[in-house]
Design a protein around this ligand. Structure first.
Ligand code: SAM
Ligand code: F3S
Length: 470
């Protein structure tokens, strides 16, 4: 702790949205623990500092923020010394409007200024304690000071054997429907050596799997000490050499950034999982053009074909937007046909949500919501069927599982994850945690699988993952 703490209670954090936000929330928690000794609590009533890390990708996510803030104001009325902070993309987009709608908020920070939280909280406490300041305002900093944030965050702390590592921030693609470039700023990559150092520290604390994160992670261009630029492929080749790191994931990717060198990694890096999350949004070239995705369906399919040539068992997932302005029934049928053809695993699909300030917000949109809902339902039916078939196809196969923890249901079982991110529960001792083991899948349940241990830690008998029905 670097200063005497003004707080006696704990820290409560709510996170909405993507993995980048989860990563940022972890960083906020360790920063505030280091600065004020604040420990995370599970009930907001026990907290002196309550933070909300928000998402504005869709309208619903944004509305949740204001309803939650309404509840928090009531708690604050009971304990006025409490600090309320709002961060993330809604904070970035709305700024002081948040304070106008929710006057109990003390601190408003953006995704790129969360490292300044301690200084902002100190300022909020100072303002509160100074009686000469009549109209007390929130402390607001939603600027984009490039990658400064990573230089000011504490060294990573591990809780588990798998860790997320943010390697780039922001997005410069400006799809016509999306707020991210406006709320998180343009693409900025962390220097190569900084990323490597973070992963080395994590590995030295027992981490075996890293998930490299970014809004467009495959657009990573990190400067190296010698002035060269490392892309994601160079980074992954380097990460695989770190002692202890035996599994690499990356999320989330843009189809236009799937360069041949990244595709080649599937043939060259055994530590890279046989899973790819590659959003396409629509199966219609016309809609893709209106979305300004800058690629055609054929190019996307060609990328998938190349990756599957190297990894025939690749599990593919994607993001889909239904009911984009101008999407016709025929456009939607093209999306369905693409999904049927490529066979997706656990994907995300949502109805288009109009985001203020984006170009698509001005596009004419005559399709009734009822029709859009029906299309979404039809798409999700197909996606769910495909996911179920993949889970069922895994029964009887042997999967490489990273054991993460004790099972939640039984003291004699442990739980881990397969390459395609399925949780598997199986009989095993706690010593297996942190090890890669081979598990035969015996049963598929709605949200997880059950299995039987067939080869113990890192033994030579390891079998490459198999899927029956892909
Ligand atoms: N890199 C990814 C890509 O290539 O598309 C984008 C990540 S974006 C933050 C996450 C997802 O949110 C998108 O893939 C898209 O499906 C969804 N999304 C973004 N804006 C949306 C909107 N206005 N309405 C519905 N879904 C949206
Ligand atoms: Fe959004 Fe398109 Fe970037 S979906 S995050 S603007 S690639």
């Amino acid at each position: 702790m670097s200063q005497t703490t003004p707080f006696t209670g704990g820290l409560y954090v709510i996170t909405y949205g993507c993995q980048m936000n989860e990563y940022d929330s972890d960083k906020m928690a360790s920063l505030l623990e280091k600065t004020y000794g604040l420990k995370l609590v599970t009930e907001p009533e026990e907290a002196d500092v309550v933070l909300m890390n928000t998402c504005s990708v869709r309208e619903k996510a944004q509305e949740k923020v204001f309803s939650e803030l309404g509840r928090w104001s009531k708690w604050k009325a009971k304990k006025p010394n409490r600090i309320i902070g709002v961060g993330g993309c809604v904070a970035s987009q709305e700024g002081k409007v948040i304070r106008q709608r929710a006057p109990s908020v003390d601190v408003i920070f953006g995704p790129q200024t969360l490292h300044r939280l301690p200084a902002m909280i100190d300022e909020a406490l100072r303002v509160r304690g100074d009686d000469s300041i009549k109209k007390k305002k929130a402390v607001i900093d939603i600027s984009f000071p490039e990658i400064e944030k990573f230089d000011n965050l504490p060294e990573p702390e591990v809780n588990g054997v798998s860790a997320m590592v943010s390697i780039m921030e922001g997005c410069s693609k400006y799809c016509t429907f999306c707020v991210v470039p406006y709320t998180r700023g343009e693409e900025v990559s962390r220097p190569f050596e900084d990323v490597m150092h973070e992963i080395e520290v994590l590995a030295s604390q027992g981490v075996r799997e890293v998930n490299l994160l970014g809004q467009n992670v495959n657009a990573y261009r990190g400067e190296m000490a010698d002035g060269e630029i490392a892309d994601l492929a160079v980074l992954m080749h380097a990460v695989r050499t770190i002692d202890g790191i035996d599994r690499i994931r990356f999320t989330t990717s843009h189809p236009n950034e799937m360069t041949q060198s990244i595709i080649d990694c599937y043939g060259e890096i055994p530590e890279l999982v046989s899973h790819l999350h590659l959003p396409i949004q629509s199966g219609s070239d016309k809609v893709l053009a209106m979305m300004k995705r800058n690629h055609m369906v054929l190019e996307y399919k060609s990328t998938i074909r190349k990756v599957r040539a190297l990894r025939p068992n690749l599990s593919l997932s994607g993001d889909f937007i239904i009911g984009f302005p101008g999407e016709t029934c025929d456009d939607f049928k093209e999306t369905l046909a693409l999904v049927e053809e490529l066979n997706y695993d656990r994907s995300f699909s949502f109805i288009y949500s109009e985001r203020p300030g984006t170009p698509a917000a001005g596009f004419p949109d005559d399709e009734p919501m009822e029709k859009k809902k029906r299309r979404l339902f039809m798409l999700q039916e197909v996606l769910n069927k495909q996911t179920l078939a993949i889970s069922e196809g895994m029964i009887g196969t042997v999967q490489r599982v990273l054991v993460e923890r004790l099972s939640r249901n039984s003291f004699t079982e442990v739980a881990g994850r397969t390459e395609n991110n399925r949780v598997v529960n199986f009989e095993g001792s706690p010593e297996l945690i942190g090890q890669f083991v081979d598990v035969e899948i015996t049963e598929g349940l709605t949200n997880s699988l059950r299995g039987k241990l067939v080869a113990t830690p890192e033994s030579d008998t390891h079998v490459a993952p198999q899927y029956h029905s892909l």
